[in-house]
Design a protein around this ligand. Structure first.
Ligand code: NAP
Length: 313
């Protein structure tokens, strides 16, 4: 039987089994393999469960003439051309909220790890240099730091809530002021950068936010400033960030996302003051399971003619 649901991506064994068992899905590893299916197989597809960061544009959608749903694995859907989907009456769903805690945890961990230089501390112990008498330099106090959240959405809000418990002074920018427990709103991102020591980026990715953190904003953050990015590599002008780090025009960075990942600009490797993570914000067993379940629930709702749970467009 030709499958109505096509699952694209490298799913783990549990999700792969559930896609096949619950949705009778056909599975392929990537979009190129999906596009290489024969005409009959592509015409049968009404729903795609998508996992991946490869661009999924209008031309690829046209290869599936009966496609009505793309259910994305992940809250960020910048790889998918939403306008192209809408123009073709293709619904798009994502997996919001279930991953907020994990991504916020990682942002806070990178902030503390960068500020307290834990990577260097670990190295001092493991290398035996500490045992040999070398002392660890004093580093910056994190409680009381002024932190600015760029993009106070679901994840940004959860990061701010956690940092409040660390007695940090919370500031934020969003397109509109939010109802918060007294966090300071800035109507201009540059004003936010000028006001804080640490800038945490929690924006959506995509063309609207590309290079929003640029050289001028890094200069506004200043030489004691730290950038934490859990959003998408594209939200930061990476060349400008590297220039600022190398020249000491900002103090450091904690990055979970990169332009062109998983390939990372090797200039980052030489920098002692950065913490680098392999885009693992939502990468816990429990959260990835919840994301897979929400993705499948959206596909099942579509096939059952029920309202989609987390529709984007
Ligand atoms: P969200 O609730 O939609 O929040 C997104 C934020 O981006 C909001 O503050 C929103 O501003 C801002 N924004 C949206 N469109 C914008 C535009 N055109 N110009 C400027 N700002 C804009 O999303 P979320 O659930 O918090 O997720 C945020 C992002 O985190 C995702 O899109 C994804 O890229 C990233 N993420 C990363 C990981 C990881 O593993 N590192 C995991 C999950 C998600 P307003 O407040 O004004 O609406």
């Amino acid at each position: 039987m030709t499958a109505k649901t096509l699952a694209i991506g490298n799913y783990n064994d549990t999700d792969a089994a559930a896609l096949e068992h619950d949705l009778n899905a056909q599975r392929v590893s990537n979009l190129d393999e999906a596009l290489a299916l024969d005409d009959a197989a592509r015409e049968a597809v009404t729903a795609i469960a998508y996992m991946g960061h490869a661009a999924f544009g209008g031309d690829a959608m046209d290869a599936f003439p009966n496609l009505c749903l793309i259910a994305n694995f992940g809250v960020g859907y910048d790889a998918i051309d939403v306008d192209a989907a809408s123009a073709r009456d293709i619904a798009l769903t994502n997996t919001p909220d279930v991953l907020n805690d994990d991504v916020a945890d990682l942002a806070v961990a990178m902030l503390l790890m960068q500020g307290r230089r834990m990577r260097q501390g670990d190295e001092l112990v493991r290398s035996g240099r500490w045992a040999d008498g070398e002392s660890f330099p004093l580093n910056r106090k994190m409680s009381g730091a002024k932190v600015g959240i760029l993009g106070l959405g679901r994840i940004g809000h959860d990061i701010a809530s956690r940092l409040a418990a660390f007695k940090m002074d919370l500031h934020y920018w969003s397109r509109s002021e939010k109802d918060t427990p007294g966090w300071t709103y800035h109507g201009d991102p540059m004003d936010l950068a000028r006001a804080v020591d640490v800038l945490v980026i929690a924006l959506v990715g995509g063309p609207e936010t590309e290079n929003m953190v640029n050289a001028a904003m890094l200069d506004a953050l200043g030489k004691d400033g730290v950038v934490i990015n859990i959003s998408r590599g594209t939200t930061v002008d990476e060349g400008a960030l590297l220039d600022a780090l190398e020249a000491g025009r900002i103090a450091g960075a904690g990055l979970d996302v990169f332009v062109g990942e998983p390939k990372v600009d090797p200039r980052f490797y030489k920098l002692d003051q950065v913490v680098l993570q392999p885009h693992q914000g939502s990468g816990t067993v429990a959260t990835r399971a919840a994301m897979g379940q929400l993705q499948r629930d959206n596909v099942a709702a579509f096939h059952d003619g029920k309202p989609l749970l987390t529709r984007v467009n």
